[in-house]
Design a protein around this ligand. Structure first.
Ligand SMILES: *Cc1c(COP(=O)(O)O)cnc(C)c1O
Length: 421
């Protein structure tokens, strides 16, 4: 019997039948055969503390006794209020308002609308959005427009709007990025720079130094251009700090967070902004309202999961776990440093990545699906981005589990070299 389910980012004509996952636990997925699969990519970067963290699960169960969905205009509720207070406290100082949505893509859409709305409501409207080459911000039309163009969005090209693109700050060519930004800003029409701080995720785990982010902020401030940081992947400790922009000493004008917001347990997103942006929409003139909502905005059960996530951050040694994971990752990555089969070893906080040297790289490189199958056979969930192999495990991962992942990476390189992959 074939399934009616159409899976995301899946070429069904090429994929083998999928195993069902029947349970999740810690850093593992348990399949229908009882196999424990190490979730080395945190189920697409959402699970932070580990699967089914007891505090978060208990909060969800408790919220279910009281709430389901509640309209979020005209009325409010305590889980949303408490979470918003907590977010303002944990986020960089200066972000004072919280707008809820339900996914990474939607919180970035909200950010873009806030930035354009801010200028629309001012005396001098601006129309351009500036982004970084190789960026990824989601799969809706707006976020695809802002992201890198390629095979993923070629079919939708006629619907995508134009943006100004900064070259990625390759080592030694950082000044080109800054100069490009300066000249885009000089047109006076750039409303906002939308950027993934410190590491570009889906674009291939490309890293750049925090100093670039602070320089970009300085340039933006000089031109009254807003800075939107897309912390959908980087948020909640992945890069070593709660939010990546902290490492650059930057308070953005707008911050987007989703994936780890509930510890990965339920879908929820938030866009945080400064008082200046909120106030630009505050008026007795109804036309200045922020016109955005989705039906499930601020779902109370998801917000309760978010509150529980904050509690975990507050009550448990999460920062120490992150530091120790960072250390474990560093030690294991080191063995590949002089390995000629790999290039571009890199690490930001808990995330490591390296490129398997192949004749033809890029996302559609045949090696990607083959590596994925190779890891799947070894009960590891690792999904290379083309020839880029990366690990982004939940913070509860053990050193033995990490050893298994790195041993498989080494074995994969050996098989590839032997022409067996
Ligand atoms: C995953 C991701 C998104 C999109 O989030 P969804 O929840 O999949 O819509 C946006 N920005 C970044 C940086 C991401 O990693």
């Amino acid at each position: 019997m074939t399934s009616p389910v159409w899976h995301p980012f899946t070429q069904h004509a090429l994929e083998p039948p999928m195993k069902r996952i029947v349970k999740t636990e810690g850093a593992c997925l348990i399949d229908e055969d009882g196999s424990r699969i190490l979730d080395a990519i945190s189920s697409w970067w959402v699970i932070t503390h580990g699967h089914r963290h007891p505090t978060i699960m208990a909060a969800i169960r408790a919220a279910c006794e009281t709430y389901d969905q509640i309209i979020f205009a005209e009325y409010t509720h305590e889980p949303a209020e408490e979470l918003a207070r907590g977010l303002v406290k944990i986020a960089p100082a200066g972000l004072e308002h919280v707008f809820y949505s339900d996914s990474g893509s939607t919180c970035v859409e909200v950010a873009l609308k806030m930035a354009l709305g801010f200028f629309h409501n001012s005396a001098a409207p601006r129309r351009r959005i500036c982004v970084m080459e190789h960026g990824y911000h989601g799969d809706t039309i707006g976020t695809m427009s802002a992201g890198e163009r390629g095979v993923f969005n070629a079919a939708y090209e006629p619907m995508l709007f134009g943006v100004d693109r900064l070259p990625f700050p390759e080592p030694g060519r950082e000044q080109d990025t800054l100069d490009a930004f300066e000249s885009f800003c000089a047109t006076g029409d750039v409303a906002a720079l939308l950027i993934e701080p410190l590491i570009l995720g889906a674009g291939g785990m490309l890293t750049y130094p925090a100093s670039i982010l602070s320089e970009l902020k300085r340039i933006a401030a000089r031109h009254d251009t807003l800075m939107i940081v897309d912390e959908v992947m980087t948020g909640w400790g992945r890069t070593g700090s709660v939010f990546a922009c902290e490492q650059a000493g930057v308070t953005p004008d707008i911050l987007c967070t989703s994936k780890g917001l509930t510890g990965g347990a339920l879908p929820l997103a938030a866009t945080l902004c400064t008082a200046e942006i909120f106030d630009a929409h505050l008026s007795t003139d109804r036309r200045r309202t922020f016109f955005h909502s989705s039906s499930y905005t601020a779902n109370p059960i998801a917000c309760a999961a978010g509150v529980a996530n904050l509690k975990v951050w507050n009550d448990e040694p999460v920062r120490e776990r992150i530091r120790s994971l960072q250390q474990m990752q560093e030690e294991r990555l080191a063995r590949f440093e002089t390995d000629p089969r790999f290039a571009n070893m890199r690490q930001v906080g808990t995330i490591t990545a390296l490129d398997l040297k192949v004749p033809a790289g890029g996302y559609l490189s045949q090696v990607g699906p083959r590596l994925r199958a190779f890891f799947r056979e070894r009960k590891l969930l690792i999904r290379p981005l083309g020839n880029v192999i990366y690990l982004m495990p939940p913070y509860c991962v053990t050193s033995a589990e990490l050893d298994r992942a790195y041993a498989a990476i080494e074995e994969a390189a050996a098989c590839f070299a032997a022409g067996q992959l």
